[in-house]
Design a protein around this ligand. Sequence first.
Ligand code: ADP
Ligand code: ADP
Length: 227
Amino acid sequence: MIRVKALRKTYQMGDELVHALSGVDLSIEENEFVAIMGPSGSGKSTLMNIIGCLDKPTSGSYQLNEQEVADLDDDQLSTVRNQAIGFVFQSFHLLPRLSALDNVMLPLRFGRPATGDRKFAESLLERVSLGSRQDHRPNQLSGGQRQRVAIARALVNKPSILLADEPTGALDSKTSVEIMNLFTELHQAGQTIILVTHEEEVAAYAQRVIRMKDGQVAKIDIRGHDV
Ligand code: ADP
Ligand code: ADP
């Protein structure tokens, strides 16, 4: 599903070059649940942004579903971003004036709004145990509930990959467990999940932990209890 080869990303900072990624090789298969860890500045966000088609590498290859992402034009790229990838963020990124349901339906406006969409969005809120809260606004929901709305929104275009950047970073540990149990259920239902975290307890839910250091993959741990 994801093939990354000799991936480099270099930023120009004044006269200095910052090597955010210096040669990353990585494959992630369909229905894997992967965590990316590493110290601050090790390249995690840069890698996630490239995998999420928010940013392009300086060199190297990134294939998503057998398509070389560098070959896509801007329109194709934005289609991939909106249809193939669901994003979950630390700070939820819900629109405060919209109901939970309207937040979930938001990404549909970019694509193909159809009559079944509302029902599908409602079913996603049920799936994240918020069926009775669909008319609530974000400020009427707890942090964990907001993140569940954000996860439902990330799923609304049936993405092949769910990308989560520190999804539990703003949550207490009990709520984090709830959210990680939800990711586990989604994974068991077939969803491919890639998440960045700096918490070992969170990474422990993943099948593989990719440890970044200085813009490279330093180590990959395989956690085991899944197939
Ligand atoms: P992490 O997510 O692991 O903290 P990042 O991918 O954010 O790491 O950053 C990797 C390196 O690239 C760091 O040295 C960071 O300062 C640098 N970097 C990231 N984004 C930019 C940018 N837009 N401009 C310049 N340097 C950047
Ligand atoms: P924070 O740690 O403050 O929660 P986020 O995880 O929310 O940060 O955001 C991570 C990155 O994703 C940021 O660089 C941000 O610019 C980008 N981003 C935020 N919202 C969106 C969005 N809706 N679509 C695409 N990129 C986004």
